[in-house]
Ligand binder design. Structure first.
Ligand SMILES: *[C@@H]1O[C@H](CO)[C@@H](O)[C@H](O)[C@H]1NC(C)=O
Ligand SMILES: *[C@@H]1O[C@H](CO)[C@@H](O)[C@H](O)[C@H]1NC(C)=O
Ligand SMILES: *[C@@H]1O[C@H](CO)[C@@H](O)[C@H](O)[C@H]1NC(C)=O
Ligand SMILES: *[C@@H]1O[C@H](CO)[C@@H](O)[C@H](O)[C@H]1NC(C)=O
Ligand SMILES: *[C@@H]1O[C@H](CO)[C@@H](O)[C@H](O)[C@H]1NC(C)=O
Ligand SMILES: *[C@@H]1O[C@H](CO)[C@@H](O)[C@H](O)[C@H]1NC(C)=O
Ligand SMILES: *[C@@H]1O[C@H](CO)[C@@H](O)[C@H](O)[C@H]1NC(C)=O
Ligand SMILES: *[C@@H]1O[C@H](CO)[C@@H](O)[C@H](O)[C@H]1NC(C)=O
Ligand SMILES: *[C@@H]1O[C@H](CO)[C@@H](O)[C@H](O)[C@H]1NC(C)=O
Ligand SMILES: *[C@@H]1O[C@H](CO)[C@@H](O)[C@H](O)[C@H]1NC(C)=O
Ligand SMILES: *[C@@H]1O[C@H](CO)[C@@H](O)[C@H](O)[C@H]1NC(C)=O
Length: 814
């Protein structure tokens, strides 16, 4: 009796068989499985989790929990009804219970006596009697991409290959996420939630997606990209095919790449996408790049010199939806424009692009240049020996910056000619920030377009992954060396530091004019012998400073270290400091309003570079008119930057015991408490602006009617609506009242008492160049000369020492 019962219970299992084919005579019924030749994959019926629904699917033979494909995902077999999979003539795979068809293959070719098999890659293949395939499951992926499976589109069959997530772990029906190729422009994979893109893999390349930088595993892949008229597809195969690997789009919209660890008998996660906030589609909007190594914000304009936030206010609130815009609009005058290269970026969305993979980069550039709506070009695939051209025809968005060696590619972005000229001389020296590509003559190059498929192993790490992401894309000279001058050379050049050659006296020592043997004029700063820095430290500092290159900064040419002598050698600028112009009523006339406004904007740009764009984040701490030098064309150049940081002694970043600066320019929190920040520089900038506009010095300002200093005077005129009266008499004719009023108001905003109220330099630049209404300034600091003096001397142990105009004060530690 017992034996019979046992027999009955086991009956279905005894009945179950492992088949190797299904045909019109051999059916697969519940409990049966179809096993691949090397027993890697198995097809059969399963119930996901605790669900009562049954599905026909493929799983790993030795890992039955891992289902990689489901046939009837949207038509589950409910209840206990007996179903079978068989091949119906003329060559269709059918899953049915004789009443309902739960699923059938989409067969294009009718064929008698077809058979179905599962192969060792996990592909269910229906073949005709001559073993030609009629249908295969790889053409209809569910949520899993196996090695050898394609994403993309076939132009021959019209089939589009993409993944669709499960609804949830218990329900394989189509979920809301998809991962597949966008082939409108140059193909790239997009992760979508319904119609909304949430992540972009980046343009296809043979090496890796530029949007997918690192795989945390030792696996080596071969990526296969097909781009021809009959097919656009991407797939990958493992170099070691015995390793089990799969990429699954999970039900919460993450792509997970898993590798089976034989030893641990478990799946190990090798990669999960999207990884972080910067992978969120288009988080920074146009012309802005997302990177995680920024200190406060994750979005930044491609570069602050050429781009600015469309809406500064929102940008500061971390609302990046407006993106960035060019500071100089494109006019597209007959090829006068050029390109600026940005490196280590995830190339922007390619939806509106054009490509030709047999074109050279040079031809690519000239093709882009000729079409005014072409905004950028790039070589999407650097393995093609310099061939490959991708052009963008809309604003560039969804850009991400990578750090060195972590992926990303070069892109060349169209710029107005004025954005190219000023910087091109930087190229001559090492350390230039951005490489400029000047348009080249358009050369016709005859090429035979041989391009279809290419293979490449990922393990080859590209040597172009050098230089920091957006910030520094160094040209040719990678190992930057700063020239070292011998002391005797400098002594000869300056006639043994003759007093006659003294150009001025700065915060850390006198500056001499010198002439080198080859007639080259230089300016030499001889640092006072107080620094306790070692030679190596000093060298490192100098090399750092010498890398700060900007058209509005004086260029450091080299240095000299001998004994306890420390000398810095700068380019010589024939014109003296700005102070010798604006405070002299006669010479001052050379600088008409237009020139002065240019100077104000130039100083602002130089300062912005020091504060935000350079890698060092320099706070100048002694910004004043005499530290602004003018070149032959009266372009302003900030001098003495970086000195305070590097040679100011042992002080912490934000609070110093030793105040270095100049009264009249120092922000209250700095003069009184020794607290310095970019906002204390902004204060000095504000003073500078008021001095340039008025031609008067803040300190020593005398007015017959009141005791105010220049700031106080400007403030009372502003409050009475009489700001125009502040202007230097010699400017009356040349001036543009709107610009003057704007400058004064910006100046007053910069000298507000509370550092937090002062704008940062990028806002200053926006405000100077913009037309929108400016916020009203609050009461400035130090507008009473007397008040200032009282505050100044009571809280500090003055005097610490004074060189000319510069004051060095010891302040009590907080
Ligand atoms: C369907 O019909 C065939 C032939 O008529 C029969 O052999 C098979 O058992 C039926 N299947 C089910 C599930 O009823
Ligand atoms: C089969 O093809 C038809 C039309 O070609 C399509 O509507 C249907 O969704 C396809 N079915 C499957 C399972 O792909
Ligand atoms: C299909 O199989 C039947 C029976 O085995 C055979 O008679 C027939 O010739 C086959 N047809 C083709 C086209 O192979
Ligand atoms: C990669 O290989 C190294 C050495 O061959 C090994 O120590 C490390 O565990 C491997 N990492 C993974 C993820 O397999
Ligand atoms: C496109 O590429 C595929 C894969 O290499 C190849 O099979 C096919 O013949 C190619 N088609 C054309 C038109 O070149
Ligand atoms: C698809 O193929 C047709 C004919 O072969 C061709 O005209 C068309 O350009 C192709 N489409 C794409 C996107 O390659
Ligand atoms: C999907 O993948 C992400 C990232 O690996 C993971 O955090 C999440 O739990 C997964 N969701 C499900 C439902 O497995
Ligand atoms: C797992 O790997 C370690 C070291 O590679 C080896 O000592 C151990 O025997 C392995 N275990 C199994 C179950 O293979
Ligand atoms: C514009 O381009 C045309 C054709 O290349 C040339 O003949 C013409 O001189 C150019 N004009 C200017 C202003 O450069
Ligand atoms: C692609 O570029 C090559 C080389 O410049 C050229 O011969 C070919 O005609 C171009 N193809 C298309 C479709 O523009
Ligand atoms: C520029 O390129 C766009 C997009 O390919 C095209 O529509 C337009 O006709 C081109 N303009 C010129 C002048 O070639």
């Amino acid at each position: 009796m017992e034996a019979t019962l046992l027999f009955l219970l086991l009956l279905p299992f005894l009945h179950a068989v492992e088949l190797d084919t299904v045909s019109n005579t051999q059916f697969l019924t519940d409990g049966d499985t179809l096993v691949s030749p090397a027993r890697v994959f198995e097809l059969g019926f399963f119930r996901p989790g605790s669900s009562d629904n049954r599905y026909l699917g493929i799983w790993y033979k030795k890992i039955p929990d891992t289902v990689v494909w489901v046939a009837n995902r949207n038509h589950p077999i409910t209840g206990a009804s007996q179903v079978m999979l068989k091949v119906d003539n003329p060559g269709i795979l059918v899953l049915s219970n004789n009443i309902t068809t739960f699923w059938s293959s989409n067969t294009t070719k009718p064929s008698l006596n077809a058979t179905a098999k599962v192969d060792d890659t996990g592909n269910l293949i229906l073949m005709d009697h001559t073993d030609k395939f009629i249908w295969r499951s790889f053409d209809y992926p569910t949520d899993t991409l196996l090695p050898g499976m394609k994403l993309g589109r076939s132009n021959m069959t019209g089939i589009e290959w993409h993944l669709t997530s499960w609804n949830n772990n218990q329900d394989p029906s189509s979920g809301e996420y998809t991962w597949g190729a966008d082939t409108l422009g140059y193909p790239e994979n997009k992760l979508k939630q319904g119609p909304r893109v949430i992540f972009r893999g980046g343009p296809w390349s043979n090496q890796r997606f530029s949007g997918v930088s690192t795989f945390d595993s030792n696996l080596t892949f071969t990526y296969v990209v097909v781009l021809n008229v009959s097919e656009v597809s991407f797939s990958y195969v493992l170099d070691d095919s015995s390793i089990l690997s799969r990429t699954t789009l999970n039900s919460s919209g993450h792509l997970e790449n898993w590798v089976w660890v034989e030893n641990g008998t478990k799946w190990q996660l090798a990669l999960s996408l999207p990884r972080d906030i910067c992978d969120s589609y288009n988080i920074c909007s146009g012309y802005a790049s997302c990177s995680l190594d920024m200190i406060q914000q994750s979005c930044a304009c491609l570069d602050d010199q050429r781009f600015m936030p469309r809406n500064q206010k929102s940008w500061e609130r971390a609302d990046w939806s407006g993106g960035c815009v060019r500071r100089t609009q494109l006019v597209c005058e007959n090829g006068s424009e050029g390109f600026v290269k940005y490196s280590n970026v995830k190339l922007p969305d390619t939806e509106n692009t054009w490509y030709n993979m047999s074109m050279s980069l040079k031809d690519c550039e000239s093709k882009c240049l000729r079409n005014c709506s072409c905004m950028a070009y790039a070589n999407p695939d650097t393995s093609l020996e310099g061939r490959g051209c991708l052009l963008w025809f809309n604003d560039l968005f969804d850009i991400r910056g990578y750090s060195v060696g972590n992926g990303g590619q070069d892109i060349f972005v169209r710029m107005a000619s004025s954005e190219l000229v000023g910087e091109s001389n930087l190229q001559k020296k090492g350390g230039a920030k951005i490489k400029i590509i000047i348009p080249v003559t358009i050369l016709g190059v005859l090429l035979i377009g041989v391009f279809s498929t290419w293979l490449y192993a990922r393990r080859k790490r590209s040597h172009r992954d050098r230089g920091k992401s957006l910030q520094v894309s160094k040209n040719n000279q990678d190992d930057f060396e700063l020239p070292l001058f011998s002391f005797s050379t400098i002594a000869t050049a300056t006639a043994s530091f003759s007093d006659k050659n003294i150009l001025g006296e700065g915060g850390f020592g006198p500056v001499y004019k010198g002439v080198l043997e080859e007639e080259m004029e230089i300016a030499v700063k001889r640092l006072s012998k107080t620094s306790s820095q070692g030679v190596d430290e000093f060298k490192n500092e100098v090399i750092c400073i010498s890398k700060l290159q900007h058209r509005n900064l004086v260029k450091l040419l080299g240095c000299c270290i001998e004994g306890d002598e420390r000398l810095l050698v700068y380019e010589y600028l024939p014109n003296k400091g700005l102070d010798s112009f604006i405070f002299d009523k006669t010479i001052g006339m050379i600088l008409d309003w237009t020139k002065r406004f240019e100077i104000i904007k130039g100083i602002a740009k130089g300062l912005l570079y020091l504060h935000h764009d350079s890698r060092l984040r320099i706070i100048h701490r002694d910004l004043k008119v005499s530290n602004i030098l003018l070149d032959e064309d009266m372009n302003p150049k900030i001098s003495d930057f970086g000195i305070a940081r590097s040679f100011g002694g042992n002080e912490t970043e934000a609070n110093t015991h030793r105040v270095v600066g100049t009264y009249g320019y120092m922000a209250p929190e700095y003069a009184l408490d020794g607290i310095f920040s970019t906002k204390s520089d902004v204060f000095s900038f504000g003073v500078l602006v008021l001095e340039i506009v008025s031609g008067m010095k803040n300190r020593g300002f005398i007015h017959p009617e009141h005791d105010h200093n220049l700031i106080g005077h400007a403030w009372s005129l502003y409050n009475e609506g009489r700001s125009m009266e502040l202007i230097d008499g010699s400017l009356a004719e040349s001036c543009n009242p709107t610009e003057v009023l704007r400058s004064i108001q910006v100046g007053l905003l910069c000298v507000q008492q509370n550092a937090g109220d002062r704008p940062n330099m990028s806002s200053v630049i926006m405000m100077l160049g913009g037309e929108s209404a400016l916020p009203p300034p609050k009461q400035p600091a130090f507008f009473m000369e007397k008040e200032f003096l009282v505050a100044d001397f009571s809280s500090s142990t003055y005097p610490g020492g004074s060189v000319g105009d510069v004051t060095v004060t010891e302040v009590d530690a907080r």
